[in-house]
Design a protein around this ligand. Structure first.
Ligand SMILES: Cc1ncc(COP(=O)(O)O)c(C=O)c1O
Length: 390
């Protein structure tokens, strides 16, 4: 009825497939591996309650007032200190803006850098939230293949020379949807390929801290070596997603443009949440808290991998996550994953069919499984149900 009033922008943007699926999975009898929800037992509820009282006493009306677009200085400074300490990132507070989740950061970056028809390179498959956000700005996407150790370098070279993308969007740590992580060598090769290109490189990193093994910290691609790098971080997976707080680290000229874009979006991110998270971070040991979350998720990931090894037919392949929240399953080439999905729902188990993670989803034989929001026993039961369909 309102069709004739709608913009081309909204007409061309699909509604989130996952949100549609989540409606089906509301039925409590269905075991859902579809969402990407953190486990609620990982939220530091007691500590946040103490922080809530403390900020109310300490700051009074300020926590309820309008505030600055760039975000709370103490929170921005915490981010600077953490990235300097952990990754030797060469930044100051002028390189940081707080956003309403990293999802808003993606939208603001689209607003600032993507004109209609601009070429944006993404991984194949890529995060559907980015595809949706940049679709609004009518980006022209190209997808570069992803291998077990990162971007396919030959495919990357071909994409760069054929399309000369203006923006590239990568998730090098525990990627959504595949759970894959780029090796150190792969990151170096990627940087070699792009360093002389006139291109903005976005590295989205909501899962980087959820590392199951305490092995070497893998560096960001081209860190401290390029002014055109944009890093995205988020408190969603390491503290709580409901506060909707994330951040961008980038050159201060880029931050200025994002600030203008954000003024037009929401003036500033929720200031109560910013005071709360800042107080929590400054009065607790985040590393210890992250250690607890990763131990929990490692147990859940192992349970899913073990159950898949035990129950899935041998022609079904899956990634073995070393962190993050997902594993990615590949069926036979001629399999119809939507058919598998419908049969799985009948068996009361859900997942996300691979479609929304591709720019041109024609024949899709892949699916995403999330393991963070179900206990070990439920994971085994759900995988067994799914194996009966497979
Ligand atoms: C790769 C990636 N980027 C960004 C987001 C958005 O996270 P948030 O807006 O909660 O920070 C998600 C959420 O699942 C994600 O997987």
């Amino acid at each position: 009825m309102f069709e004739k009033f709608l913009t081309k922008r909204i007409k061309n943007t699909p509604s989130s497939f996952i949100r549609e699926i989540l409606k089906v999975t509301q039925n409590p009898e269905i075991i859902s591996f579809a969402g990407g929800l953190p486990n609620p037992i990982s939220f530091p509820q007691e500590e946040l309650k103490i922080s809530m009282n403390r900020i109310a006493d300490k700051y009074g009306a300020k926590i309820y007032q309008y505030s600055t677009t760039l975000g709370l200085d103490s929170l921005r400074q915490y981010i600077v200190d953490r990235y300097k300490k952990n990754w030797s990132m060469d930044i100051t507070i002028d390189n940081v803006i707080i956003t309403t989740g990293s999802q808003q950061a993606l939208d603001l970056i689209g607003k600032v850098f993507v004109d209609e028809g601009d070429c944006v390179m993404v991984e194949k498959p890529s995060y559907l939230g980015l595809l949706q956000a940049f679709c609004m700005y009518r980006a022209n996407f190209v997808q570069t293949k992803l291998n077990d150790d990162g971007l396919d370098i030959e495919d990357l070279k071909k994409t760069l020379s054929a399309y000369n993308p203006k923006v590239a969007y990568l998730i090098p740590n525990f990627q959504n949807p595949t759970g894959l992580t780029y090796s150190k060598e792969n990151r170096e090769k990627v940087f070699e390929c792009i360093k002389d290109k006139d291109m903005i490189l976005i590295q989205d990193d909501p899962y980087g801290e959820l590392r199951f093994e305490n092995d070497e910290k893998i560096p960001y691609i081209g860190m401290n070596k390029s002014d055109k790098n944009i890093y995205l971080g988020s408190f969603s997976k390491i503290v709580t997603p409901g506060m909707r707080l994330g951040y961008v680290i980038a050159h201060k000229e880029i931050i200025k443009q994002l600030e203008t874009a954000k003024q037009a979006s929401d003036l500033h991110s929720n200031i109560f949440g910013q005071y709360l998270i800042a107080d929590y971070l400054l009065n607790n040991d985040l590393d210890k808290h992250i250690e607890k979350i990763t131990q929990l998720y490692k147990t859940q990931a192992n349970a899913m991998v073990d159950a898949m090894k035990e129950y899935f037919p041998s022609n079904v392949k899956f990634t073995i996550p070393k962190g993050g929240m997902f594993t990615w399953v590949t069926l036979d080439e001629d399999a119809d994953v939507l058919d598998v999905f419908n049969k799985a729902i009948e068996k009361k188990v859900a997942f996300v069919p691979g479609h929304p993670f591709y720019v041109n989803p024609d024949k899709v034989n892949t699916l995403r499984l999330n393991y963070t929001n179900a206990d070990v026993e439920t994971i085994r039961t759900g995988i067994k149900r799914l194996s009966e369909v497979l």
